[in-house]
Design a protein around this ligand. Structure first.
Ligand SMILES: [Zn+2]
Length: 365
């Protein structure tokens, strides 16, 4: 079998069909298997077209065996650069780059479709430095992480500006089930402080003084369920000499309540900083002091999305494991991926599962 996905995981891929990319319509049937790796030829009952199960995935139209595509993605997300991945998987370097682009775009769409209604009460945001082509062309990775499940809620790549911070926070906000019950932990980067009330608070119009003239600018109220904490590092040269925390919005009571539920004694951004190290290990473009930096901005962005998808759905973390009530043989723990810990799925996905689920298809629980 090519993939272990059940039939109701697939959706019609014909644009003029009324059920185009619509899930839960029971319109997909199996015609037959084809090819040496037993791919399924599917049929849509609504429009009558037949299509391959790989349509709309990175495997579609590729002449390479699917195992080779999986292996390329696996090597790339273990921190191998394009040329070493090429020699390990016996492909050409440009083939590696093509697979990376297709898989990266696929996982970007996959994330925007499936990472929704996240039950999160705190987020940590940070930026890590990198560049494209030369040191002057900076491309920062902005990341928002849930400290409980370590799930990367939103990632953006670009120049370190207030505009990109806004895109990041808007993107993270729309993925949350309850965006008005949240504590945000960030570093000392100022745009977070100015954007937090605007994006998460509720706006109101202050009354005008007297009867004439313009109304004053809109103001923002922070509900008691919201707070923003800045963790500011003080540097002497490149060395951190002190850390001070400051509540930029919200109350001390709300922050203390969240710290207690997280098991922290002081506010910190440790989860996102640990994720920075993991991302640097997984993404060859982010390795320090190496020649594997990105040459093209598009490659830089797509590989970042590919790494984020594989990190969230395919890689288990020791810190997330849970003790089994009854041990199965010698197995005492259930190993979990961030996507399992946040409740989006109940199993660790393989790269084949992740890449063979077409866009528009429902998430496998
Ligand atoms: Zn159809």
């Amino acid at each position: 079998m090519f993939s272990s996905l059940p039939l109701d995981s697939f959706v019609c891929q014909t644009p003029h069909c009324p059920d185009f990319q619509q899930s839960g319509r029971q319109n997909i049937t199996l015609r037959r298997f084809y090819g040496s790796d037993k791919r399924r030829l599917l049929r849509c009952r609504t429009c009558g077209t037949t299509f391959s199960e790989t349509k709309g995935t990175p495997y579609w139209g590729s002449k390479l065996p699917p195992e080779r595509i999986d292996s390329v993605v696996d090597h790339l997300t273990h921190g191998n650069c394009f040329s070493s991945t090429a020699s390990l998987t016996r492909c050409h370097r440009t083939t590696v780059a093509r697979i990376m682009r297709q898989a990266g775009v696929h996982l970007q769409q996959f994330h925007s479709q499936h990472a929704r209604d996240l039950k999160v009460t705190s987020m940590q945001a940070d930026e890590r430095h990198s560049f494209v082509g030369e040191k002057a062309e900076q491309a920062w990775d902005f990341t928002v992480v849930d400290p409980k499940s370590k799930f990367v809620i939103e990632g953006q790549v670009g120049a370190r500006t207030a505009e990109l911070t806004k895109v990041l926070l808007i993107g993270a906000r729309k993925r949350l089930a309850t965006p008005n019950n949240l504590v945000l932990f960030t570093d000392g980067y100022l745009p977070y402080q100015s954007l937090f009330p605007e994006l998460f608070g509720t706006s109101w119009q202050p009354p005008r003084q007297g009867k004439r003239g313009r109304f004053p600018q809109k103001a923002y109220r922070i509900p008691r369920s919201l707070a923003h904490v800045r963790v500011i590092k003080e540097y002497s040269g490149k060395r951190v000499v002190g850390v001070r925390t400051e509540i930029a919005a919200g109350t001390q009571k709300r922050v203390n309540q969240e710290l207690q539920s997280l098991g922290y004694t002081t506010p910190n951004t440790s989860a996102v900083e640990r994720q920075n190290a993991t991302a640097r290990r997984m993404n060859p473009h982010l390795t320090r002091k190496s020649l594997a930096f990105a040459r093209l901005p598009f490659h830089r962005v797509t590989l970042a999305h590919l790494v984020q998808g594989v990190y969230n759905w395919c890689r288990t973390q020791r810190g997330l494991r849970q003790s089994l009530i009854e041990p199965i043989g010698r197995k005492k723990y259930l190993q979990q991926t961030p996507a399992m810990a946040i409740g989006l799925t109940s199993q660790c996905w393989t790269i084949r599962d992740l890449l063979s689920l077409p866009c528009g298809a429902p998430c496998r629980s």
